[in-house]
Write a protein of this length. Sequence first.
Length: 247
Amino acid sequence: MIVEALNTLEVESGDTVLIHSDLTALRGEANRTWGEAAEKLKQEVLQQLGPRGTLLVPTFNWDFCWGKPYIHERSMSHLGMFSNSVLFDKRAVRSIHPMFSFAGIGENTGKIFSQIGSSSFGSNSVFERLLRHNIKIILVNCRSDIAFVHYVEQQKKVGYRFMKYFRGDVFVNNENIGGTYDFFARRKSDRSSFNGEGLYKLFIDKGIMKETVGVDGYPVCCVNCQDCDTVLSEKLDHSPNFLRKEN
């Protein structure tokens, strides 16, 4: 289903990859259920990465922003079936953050998830670790859904976001370790949308994103975090509102 595309994108055994996915096309390949499509994608990616590789997914949950407690072992990902398939796999490890957690399967989860701080996108966040280890971002049937761009936005201090702080209960192994967590958030009055088309074109034109197709013709793309950071940072230096599209 996905192995041929990963080979074309030079994803190799031992790599660490972060997957963003839309299962719609994968589900239609063989009339699978959502759960079957998620499991198939997970197993094929892990097969490609081999025993020393690591699969990461975002498992973000924003209930904490609305005053609800975060329960590390039970709070589900709000990002769909595939992220929850990885999150609740018995082999998975989850980073501790009430809003922007990640889950992973593989030996590099310890290096990336250990001693994460309270910042969502800033210092000592998982996003900073993704950059440090130059993780490959794989986009399955979605060309521009790259959460890492929020790290770059915060580093460049874009004017359409501001630092907001949330405090609440965070339960890990039945212990409340709650505290204050920052979030470089969009303003409620901002009615613009994300310029995904522009981001995709920028990365393709700069030659840092590779693209191929899956079995049914859906796009599969790959860009590494350091290239993403360099190219997008330069673009935001000259066009601070590049990632905003007015509606």
